[in-house]
Design a protein around this ligand. Structure first.
Ligand SMILES: Cc1cc2nc3c(=O)[nH]c(=O)nc-3n(C[C@H](O)[C@H](O)[C@H](O)COP(=O)(O)OP(=O)(O)OC[C@H]3O[C@@H](n4cnc5c(N)ncnc54)[C@H](O)[C@@H]3O)c2cc1C
Ligand code: FES
Length: 445
């Protein structure tokens, strides 16, 4: 079509020459000007055709999976995507914390994520192992779990680090953690996993002028590793104070990595805190402080001035440290935290200053599958806490609206969310972990 168009124009040019009055003398300069004009016109057309072809090609090329549907991270994908375990590696002497490097099976480069975000996984475990999980829904053998990204963004691979979860100390005869033990014992190089795109609201603020204080307790070190690696690479001048609370050297993950980073980066202030140092653990060499990470330690070791605090650790650490920081005078907007499991951290004032919705008066919540009707009295932060408190078994993962595992059918009433959840809620469904009732409800749980 382009060629035809060009031929027609050339004919028109020819014609315009032939239509000149026969008696009009064609001067050399007029002839030259006509030829130059024709040549310029052809050049412009040629460029136009090239641009059109380029644009047409870009429009026709298949869009990479990573650009199809944003979900939490910029340029992420929707739904599940297959990842292959490329390599696994223990991070601690006790071999209880194992990193898994995951590469996309489709080979499309990975989108960037925000350091601190997590991945959501779906596991099909054999019935005997799935039954070990505290909550299984009916005969379902699919378990959903979230794992923080433990390294900075890399278009080639994601890394997660999973700690083996034993039975609780007070119930040693209970089955140990279903998924974490399954991954340690049965997930090998070459195996394929289903993964949702990075999500989560717990991530490092990229403002380079405010020093960051990263506090990780136990396996809560994983999002801190991602934040730390990102910060040292992208904002090398920004002071970072890392506090890592762990029992002793045997349980410390990433020891050689952290020591190498501290030696290479003067902006990193490393504070490893052992609560039960072993006989061979040497102060100054293995750890900087004995005891726990608390406000007293922070007060003694941090320089004066504003800091942004990021905390992830076991429930007792979160439940004591977060309110203590607020009581110390740290602005709520500078306190960011995430718990890997249930933790009763008192809510701080919304950072945005946004008013919390007016509480709904007592309303009936009917759980249609279990046949229970309970009155919502406003005691709970969300419908997931409410369901669990009343003994209704519901699957959960992130507890922050990112993974979708607490999604249930909503057959009556309205649920409200203070912020739009990261997860795209299916029509006729709701997310329990970030939802509260706006009216009486009927939930398929
Ligand atoms: C946002 C987020 C990020 C996370 N990041 C990480 C990470 O980077 N690394 C990491 O290791 N983990 C992380 N977690 C935690 C992880 O998702 C899992 O919760 C953890 O691995 C335990 O799962 P599990 O299936 O092994 O244990 P589960 O099977 O869920 O068991 C948990 C505990 O319950 C006990 N239990 C067994 N039966 C019962 C019963 N009947 N009643 C009560 N309790 C019982 C088990 O013994 C175990 O102690 C994260 C969680 C979240 C929400
Ligand atoms: S538990 Fe993840 S969305 Fe509710």
């Amino acid at each position: 079509m382009q060629l035809k168009h060009r031929v027609a124009l050339t004919r028109d040019n020819d014609h315009s020459c032939h239509c000149m009055p026969s008696n009009a003398p064609m001067t050399a300069s007029l002839l030259l000007a006509t030829l130059v004009a024709a040549w310029l016109l052809q050049l412009a057309l040629g460029v136009g055709v090239w641009v059109w072809r380029r644009r047409g090609h870009a429009m026709l090329a298949p869009r990479p999976a990573s650009a199809q549907a944003p979900h939490g991270a910029q340029g992420a994908w929707a739904g599940w995507r297959d990842f292959r375990v490329e390599r696994r590696e223990f991070e601690d002497d006790g071999q209880a914390q194992c990193s898994f490097y995951l590469v996309p099976v489709d080979g499309v480069p990975l989108p960037p994520f925000k350091p601190g975000q997590f991945l959501t996984f779906q596991f099909m475990l054999p019935p005997d192992r799935a039954a070990a999980a505290p909550v299984t829904l009916g005969a379902a053998r699919t378990l959903t779990r979230c794992y923080s990204l433990s390294d900075r963004p890399d278009p080639k691979a994601f890394r997660i680090t999973v700690k083996r979860v034993p039975a609780p100390a007070h119930q040693p005869d209970w089955p140990p953690g279903a998924v974490s033990n399954y991954l340690h014992d049965h997930l090998h190089e070459g195996d394929v996993l289903q993964v949702r795109a990075p999500a989560g609201h717990f991530y490092l603020d990229a403002a380079p002028d405010v020093p960051a204080v990263l506090i990780g307790g136990g396996i809560g070190i994983t999002p801190m590793m991602s934040m730390l690696r990102w910060c040292l690479a992208e904002q090398p001048g920004r002071p970072v104070h890392l506090y890592y609370g762990v029992r002793n050297r045997a349980e410390q993950a990433f020891k050689p990595t952290l020591e190498a980073l501290a030696a290479a980066h003067p902006a990193l202030h490393l504070n490893v805190v052992y609560s039960q140092p072993g006989a061979d653990d040497v102060p100054g060499r293995d750890f900087q402080h004995a005891g726990r990470v608390d406000v007293d330690l922070l007060r003694r070791t941090l320089p004066h001035g504003r800091h942004q605090f990021y905390i992830c650790g076991p429930a007792p650490m979160m439940e004591s440290l977060v309110p203590a920081l607020a009581a110390w005078g740290v602005a709520p907007a500078d306190i960011h935290f995430e718990a890997f499991g249930p933790a009763s951290v008192p809510s701080l004032a919304p950072a945005s200053g946004e008013a919390a919705p007016a509480p709904v008066g007592p309303v009936e919540i009917r759980f249609s599958q279990t046949g229970r009707t309970v009155v919502w009295d406003g005691q709970d932060n969300n419908l997931l806490d409410f369901a669990e408190r009343h003994g209704v078994a519901v699957e959960s993962g992130c507890r922050s609206g990112g993974c979708g595992s607490c999604q249930v059918g909503l057959t009556g009433g309205d649920v409200r969310y203070v912020n739009t959840p990261d997860f795209d809620v299916a029509p006729g469904h709701c997310l329990l972990c970030v939802g509260t009732p706006a009216t009486a409800l009927v939930l398929e749980a």
